[in-house]
Design a protein around this ligand. Structure first.
Ligand SMILES: [Zn+2]
Ligand SMILES: [Zn+2]
Length: 137
């Protein structure tokens, strides 16, 4: 069965749809506590992921990509600043910020990654696996 999820930024200028099925499931949500995610979001990020060919973006003219490292870039709305995507150049998938999805996602936090870089002002206590680094792929 094909499921289509939609989402977008706060101002609505960038919208997307993502399809999933048995062959192309949406990834469980990774909570990333790395310094780059913390600085860009103001806290930490929570992202699912989908294969690039499952993702369709509209209003992409308003999507700005920022490369925080040589390997990956971060997509956000240039008008309202909403974080939407994270993309490793070498991978054929795109991470999608879970909070940008409309309505119920049907997804759950799968794991916490880069916990070694987490802030000191919160605890990770939802009983999901915690990895100090990127964790297993
Ligand atoms: Zn926007
Ligand atoms: Zn991160």
């Amino acid at each position: 069965m094909v499921t289509t999820r939609v989402g977008g930024c706060l101002c609505g200028a960038v919208r997307y749809s993502v399809v999933s099925d048995e062959a192309r499931p949406m990834r469980g949500i990774f909570a990333c506590h790395c310094v780059e995610c913390r600085r860009q979001s103001g806290h930490y990020v929570a992202a699912t992921a989908a294969s690039d060919d499952a993702l369709t973006v509209t209003g992409g003219d308003n999507l700005t990509w920022f490369a925080a490292s040589p390997e990956a870039k971060r997509g956000f709305c240039r008008i309202c600043g909403s974080l939407l995507f994270w993309k490793a150049d070498a991978r054929s998938s795109t991470s999608i910020m879970a909070g940008s999805l409309d309505g119920a996602t049907g997804l759950m936090i799968d794991r916490h990654i880069f916990a070694a870089e987490k802030g000191d002002y919160y605890t990770i206590d939802d009983n999901r696996p915690v990895y100090e680094d990127a964790g297993p792929s």
